[in-house]
Design a binder for this molecule. Structure first.
Ligand code: EPZ
Length: 420
């Protein structure tokens, strides 16, 4: 295990190249199961979760090769239809192979993801939709065992707009017989990116990005040809928080500002200054941000994946910020660690009240989940003195070369083996 050692207090300045979106790359890699041939996908971030998805596909007999930020996947010979527990337990998004496997091969044995630090995160809505399309679903020794003939189009209503649930069933519907309607579908940019990739394979999809998506099943799809994954909007917003908290001046290139409108509006109100173009932005942080409230919502609302990083920024803001987490039931595990650094935060149920303090002090802290680890990096870059962030494998799951990118803009940061 590694740890990051950060000496905070410096305004960070310079240019950051934003990587491809982890949460678009994962479903698009899974989509390679939907048709036989050699698929090529560009702008793939080299991070732990993407490598895990590669292992899961390799384990099924596909040939996966990462090279220069792209990946090629040969899905001509799939020899088994299982996603094993030892891989799925490290990445819940593994469930994204379930529907493509059942749609193309009529069978799948995918481990239930098990618990997760930020919440129960069931997959009942994925399974409900698959059953409606004609699959038989059994639970056996912690695995979902699904079998089907050719899936049939169906009308599926999601009680909750689930991102990977929408993506999973969109993939199933793409080669089902007949038309599928997904109602109360997730509207995230990553859902749209998957839809655009499926359309490039020959799928017939209307309404991706809206709450109602219509998919007319086709008999066969072509392989993915050089599809470029969208920029990572959460990485973008994380670096915006870093400019905000350090009073820095960062230029973020290869990003998509339009995907984080809600965030930008909130942070502009908090005193950050933006110069925005279609695929880049310059962000200047204020001497001290102004406290603003936030409430996480499904897209296009304030993203839950930015709640922890925003809380770090608010921990040194002028005033009090009330942050409500409405998506996951336990996504405040960064709070205890931020308090070790001197933050003044009180939690009541899904609401955190953050009283801005003048300064944070470096401390030993522990990463607990992906975005919590990002929030600790954001705070440590501001804190006086040295912080050590333990268990940063959480960070490595979702950020490509975060420490290198930070060093390039002046951060005093080093990665070391962690004996703790
Ligand atoms: C996706 O997870 C993202 N992961 C998460 O990003 C993100 O936090 C989340 O969407 C919300 O935006 C990927 O895209 C790989 P959901 P997902 O299904 O699809 C409940 C990160 O940091 N629900 O949209 O698993 C669920 O419990 C990760 O990159 C059900 O009840 O999230 C949650 O309360 C963390 N039954 C809510 O819906 C279901 O069948 C939203 O979950 C499915 C979900």
């Amino acid at each position: 295990m590694d740890k990051l050692i950060i000496r905070g207090g410096l305004p960070l300045k310079g240019e950051v190249a934003i990587s491809g979106a982890k949460n678009a790359a994962l479903p698009i890699m899974a989509a390679s199961l939907l048709s036989s041939g050699v698929h090529t996908i560009r702008h793939i971030p080299k991070l732990r979760d993407v490598i895990t998805m590669g292992k899961i596909l390799t384990n099924m007999g596909l040939n996966v090769a990462f090279e220069n930020g792209n990946v090629s996947i040969n899905s001509s010979s799939v020899s088994n239809f299982e996603a094993p527990y030892d891989l799925v337990k490290t990445m819940r998004a593994s469930v994204l192979v379930l529907c493509p496997l059942v749609a193309r091969f009529g069978r799948a044995r995918v481990s239930l993801p098990g618990g997760c630090a930020i919440g129960a995160r069931p997959i009942n809505l994925h399974l409900m939709g698959l059953e409606k399309m004609g699959a038989k679903i059994e639970l056996e020794e912690g695995y979902v065992v699904a079998t089907a003939g050719r899936l049939k189009g169906a009308s599926i209503y999601f009680d909750i707009p689930t991102v990977t649930g929408t993506e999973n069933l969109m993939m199933a519907a793409a080669i089902a017989q007949g038309t599928t309607i997904l109602e109360n579908a997730a509207r995230e940019p990553e859902v749209i990116d998957l839809a655009n990739c499926l359309i490039s394979m020959g799928a017939k999809i209307k309404g991706a990005g809206e709450s109602l998506i219509e998919i007319e099943g086709v008999d066969e799809l072509k392989p993915i040809r050089d599809y470029p994954v969208i920029p990572d909007r959460i990485e973008t917003a994380t670096f915006i928080s870093i400019a905000g908290i350090t009073g820095g001046d960062l230029t973020l290139t290869g990003c998509r500002p339009a995907h984080i409108d809600a965030m930008i509006m909130k942070l502009r109100d908090a005193g950050l200054v933006f110069e925005i173009t279609e695929d880049s932005m310059r962000v200047k942080g204020p001497d001290r941000p102004i406290a603003k409230d936030a409430k996480t919502q499904p897209y296009p609302g304030f993203p839950t994946d930015m709640q922890a990083q925003f809380m770090s920024l608010m921990s040194i803001a002028d005033g009090t910020s009330v942050i409500k987490e409405t998506i996951f039931e336990n996504r405040f595990m960064h709070v205890a660690e931020l308090k070790r650094m001197g933050a003044d935060i009180m939690i009541e149920g899904g609401t955190a009240t953050v009283k801005g303090v003048r300064r944070l002090k470096g401390a030993h802290v522990m990463a607990t989940d992906l975005r919590a680890s990002a929030s600790l990096v954001v705070a440590a870059l501001k804190a006086e003195g040295e912080s050590t962030i333990h268990r940063i494998y959480h960070l490595d799951r979702g950020y490509e070369q975060m420490d290198e990118k930070l060093r390039k803009i002046g951060a005093q940061i080093s990665r070391e083996k962690d004996s703790a």
